[in-house]
Design a binder for this molecule. Structure first.
Ligand SMILES: Cc1ncc(COP(=O)(O)O)c(CNOCC(=O)O)c1O
Length: 401
């Protein structure tokens, strides 16, 4: 008797499944605005020059392929925490950050979820509504209960700030609050600095634990420091917190699976103990992380001329996305005679724009216009060229009404 016979077909992933549908489409007008991966104006994937330079350096050195320690490459762990908090941040000097290399953002979130499951049984994680499609899967598979806080307001196509604060305030004391450090996915709507202050207030009042997901540092505004300001604000208040990091977008290392989990503790001693338990969770899960991406990041950040070139390339990528965002807005407002105000598109930041198109309308976008996007109405501007903005505006207007 076959034991696997009873296993059913899994549904396609809401995000990565869009790329499969795109690939199957033979129409040359097709446009993939699904997966959040940067493309050049020629709509080609982009390997940063600074990555190629680091890899040439690494090849010349003829480094070996020995196992990394469970916690990852020490040089990477050092620079990734400094990049996040700022090298001169007291939390770094006081050695209060427990950092281990993770399998990119997803793997880092997963290790953090495993830590929560083991040491905070019964605690819940609050996630924004909507949020990145994989957050719910990660906490479900780690057996960590979650529920949502209001975030997106369809009426204003903006942030439902009062709803967010109310829901965080109403959560059981000591809950984990999952926050997008910058460039909220899928909405592209970020709190203002004043709103971050109030979010920190309510989290402190309720003794909640902030849990940042930082997948776009430097990629949203073009500035590494600006995009880390929300995390640094909470750290400056003396709060304990978790931060998952990813280098998929800002350094274009998607397939290298390089990221980190950072746990900011109240003492160096606690950080040492937390780090030891993070290692204990990682060992049976994947034993130790991949070496190539860690070396690239350590070299790019550790070598001054590479670091400054990286910052230039990040500004270039962020700049291209900002300009197609503007161009899309210009095309929409010129073509749409209904007088609808499309300016919400300009208020959004980072890789994505939340168009307000619902599931049915987004299906019209792919069926009729061969424009592929996620069903929640998100488009990845990173997959849009200036040349295609007119066409996309036509498709959106046709699908909207
Ligand atoms: C908020 C957030 N967290 C975490 C991640 C994790 O990415 P990775 O595991 O590649 O570091 C991502 C990557 N997004 O994936 C592309 C998409 O939404 O289309 C992310 O957006």
């Amino acid at each position: 008797v076959s034991r696997f016979e009873g296993i059913t077909m899994a549904p396609p992933d809401p995000i990565l499944g869009v790329s499969e549908a795109f690939k199957a489409d033979t129409n040359e007008l097709k446009l993939n605005l699904g997966v959040g991966a940067y493309r050049t104006e020629d709509l080609q994937p982009y390997v940063l020059n600074v990555v190629k330079k680091a890899e040439n350096l690494m090849l010349e050195r003829g480094e070996n392929k020995e196992y990394l320690p469970i916690e990852g490459l020490a040089a990477f762990n050092k620079v990734t925490a400094e990049l996040l908090f700022g090298a001169d941040n007291p939390v770094i000097q006081q050695q209060r950050v427990a950092t281990i290399q993770g399998l990119s953002g997803t793997g880092s979130l997963r290790i953090a979820a495993a830590l929560i499951e083991r040491y905070f049984p019964g605690s819940k994680v609050l996630i924004s509504s909507p949020t990145w499609g994989n957050h719910k899967n990660i906490f479900n598979d780690a057996s960590v209960p979650w529920f949502e806080y209001r975030y997106y307001d369809p009426k204003t196509v903006g942030l439902d700030f009062s709803g967010m604060i109310e829901d965080i305030k109403a959560a059981p004391e000591g809950s984990f609050i999952l926050l997008h450090g910058c460039a909220h996915n899928p909405t592209g709507i970020d709190p203002t600095p004043e709103q971050w202050e109030k979010i920190a207030d309510v989290i402190q009042e309720k003794n909640h634990i902030p849990f940042f997901d930082v997948a776009y540092q430097g990629f949203a505004s073009g500035s590494l420091d600006e995009d880390a300001s929300s995390v640094r604000l909470f750290a400056a208040r003396g709060m304990e917190l978790l931060v998952a990091q990813s280098y998929s977008k800002n350094l274009g290392l998607y397939g290298e699976r390089i990221g980190a989990i950072n746990v900011l503790c109240s003492s160096a001693d606690a950080a040492t103990r937390v780090k030891s338990q993070l290692k204990r969770l990682a060992r049976p899960m994947y034993s130790n992380p991949p070496i190539h991406g860690a070396r690239i990041v350590a070299n790019v950040v550790g070598i001054p001329e590479l670091f400054s070139e990286w910052k230039e390339e990040m500004e270039m990528m962020a700049g291209r996305i900002k300009s197609v965002r503007q161009k899309l807005y210009d095309s929409l407002s010129r073509k749409d005679k209904s007088g609808k105000d499309w300016s919400f598109i300009l208020k959004q930041i980072g890789m994505f724009s939340f168009t307000g198109l619902n599931k049915v309308k987004s299906e019209n976008m792919s069926n009729k216009w061969h424009v592929y996007m996620t069903k929640d109405g998100r488009i990845s501007l990173a997959g849009l060229s200036a040349a295609k903005c007119e066409y996309l505006a036509d498709a959106i207007i046709d699908s909207y009404y």
